[in-house]
Design a protein around this ligand. Structure first.
Ligand code: FUL
Length: 507
């Protein structure tokens, strides 16, 4: 099916622009409705189904590749000759994604146009693209096509970064840029696969540039210029699971680009929040479901490849994982392909090393063989129960809950033999809203007496989609000998409403 005309029409005719804004269903609980399963009422706002799928992607790669790879710049001015783009081998997105998969990632996002405006696919919207590149490899390059193909082959999710700011286009700053260039480019990209999981629109918008030879400074109002509600609605018509990041308003920038989220991290926000200040933490009683994504560099220089760069160590990347995915954020980790259009071997090795650490440290779930009990359990319904063993059944659709009257409770795990415990992982059933505000973790050598606080120094506040707590209290040096114990208990000390958890894992 040729979806471009549909999307273009949808974009250009501005149909139903307001529909795109509704991200969560706002509905008051009606206690007169039948509730045979005794399900807890949601605590609004709640995630849209598309945001749920996106959140479950958890950890994915970022690949900055393009004109800057060949100029050594981080932000090209837009006046770079197309012939400068000259890969020394055919760019190989399959190699990029395979390395990401070895790190345990579930997907990736490829930059296909950065601020310099050079397009890594044969677009009809500008001549500043690969078809005028410096050699045959350049002219055959089509990153969206090959990236999507590689992702399908590897069973990974994929999406694209397209810079709204375009320092090459003479039209930038006018309405024509939005309708004739930017929205059409998004439409062209949608054609490369309707199952995209995220489109990345960064926040750098406007400033000086080439602009078709004008060499001036152009500023726009990024809240209104790009016709975002219409864009979002139009993209969703063809890519229903595609979260529009950043300016798109469906997931938020964690805001430090250093690979950490706040220990207290709400997936809820208000309009007009300041990402640089609040991105790390969210807002407890925010009006919108706006979960955090942390973008971070996996190398020691820029987002793009630079000679002499080094990949971060697997240990450092593991710490980043704990401080992002382990704090209710997703992690998009950048590894830049070099001038051959491939990831340098050192980056491939670092990713593989990270994958090994994740497997060694966070895959053997000790909770599965523990006895699990709770101080309170919600009354069962006709087809659903809320028993504590739902926490350790490996099923994200079954959950433990208390009755509505409670907002505190204790869950206890006991083992027949002593275990070395290092990490606790909690996951809320966020389809019914993020609730937990405080909890504590304790261990007991015999599983019955002498309960001792663990993870002291960690702010045990929010949980959200996923929270991983290192029991020795340190994300930098989390894997020590562990705490030898036969018992572990979690006490939820504060929650917006009755707590709902679908998973409790211990490693
Ligand atoms: C920013 C851009 O300005 C950087 O060059 C990079 O692409 C980063 C991920 O987003 O907004």
């Amino acid at each position: 099916m040729n979806i471009i005309p549909t999307l273009r029409l949808a974009c250009l005719l501005a149909c139903t622009p307001l529909l795109g804004i509704a991200q969560s269903t706002f509905q008051l609980a009606d206690e007169t409705l039948p509730n045979p399963d005794n399900e807890p009422a949601p605590v609004h706002p709640v995630p849209h189904e598309r945001q749920m799928k996106w959140q479950e992607t958890e950890f994915y790669a970022f690949f900055h590749y393009g004109m800057n790879t060949y100029t050594g710049l981080e932000w090209g001015n837009g006046d770079e000759k197309e012939s400068i783009f000259a890969p020394t081998a055919p760019p190989d997105p399959y190699q990029w994604l395979k390395a990401a998969k070895a790190a345990g990632m579930k997907g990736g996002i490829a930059v296909v146009k950065h601020h310099d405006g050079f397009c890594l696919w044969p677009t009809e919207t500008t001549t500043h693209n690969v078809t005028r590149g410096g050699n045959a490899y350049a002219r055959n390059t089509n990153i969206p096509r090959d990236f999507a193909k590689a992702a399908r082959k590897l069973h990974m999710k994929y999406g694209f970064y397209i810079s709204p700011w375009d320092r090459n286009s003479a039209l930038y700053g006018t309405e024509r840029y939005v309708s004739e260039v930017f929205l059409r480019q998004c439409a062209e990209l949608a054609q490369y696969g309707t199952e995209q999981f995220e489109m990345w629109f960064d926040g750098a918008n406007g400033g000086n540039g080439y602009y078709g030879g004008a060499y001036d400074t152009r500023s726009i109002d990024r809240d209104t210029y790009y016709d975002v509600p219409n864009l979002r609605d139009s993209v969703h018509k063809v890519c229903p699971d595609c979260v529009l990041w950043g300016v798109g308003g469906e997931a938020r920038w964690i805001g430090n680009e250093a690979g950490w989220a706040g220990q207290t991290n709400w997936s809820t926000e208000n309009r007009g929040y300041a990402p640089e200040r609040n991105g790390m933490y969210g807002t407890e009683n925010g009006w919108f479901w706006l979960p955090g994504e942390s973008d971070a560099k996996g190398t020691n220089m820029g987002w793009f490849y630079h000679d002499g760069e080094k990949a971060l160590t697997p240990e450092r990347l593991f710490q980043m994982y704990l401080e992002t995915v382990g704090r209710n954020s997703t992690l998009i980790l950048n590894m830049p392909p070099d001038r051959s259009g491939r990831l340098p071997q050192a980056s491939v090795d670092a990713l593989e090393g990270l994958g090994q650490l994740l497997k060694a440290r966070l895959s053997k779930d000790l909770a599965r063989k523990a006895d699990v009990s709770a101080s309170a359990t919600r009354r069962s319904g006709e087809n659903r129960d809320y028993a504590a063993d739902n926490l350790t059944d490996g099923d994200k659709d079954t959950y433990w809950a208390t009755d509505d009257s409670l907002s505190t409770a204790t869950i206890t795990l006991t083992w027949k033999k002593p275990q070395a415990l290092r990490y606790v992982m909690l996951m809320e059933y966020i389809r019914k809203g993020q609730r937990i505000k405080g909890f504590k973790v304790e261990t007991s050598a015999d599983g019955q007496t002498g309960w001792t606080a663990a993870a002291t120094g960690v702010e045990c506040t929010t949980v959200g989609y996923k929270r991983i707590v290192p029991l020795n209290g340190s994300t930098a040096d989390s894997y020590g000998p562990g705490i030898t114990a036969r018992g572990l208990r979690i006490t939820i000390t504060a929650s917006k409403a009755c707590p709902l958890l679908h998973t409790l894992s211990v490693f």
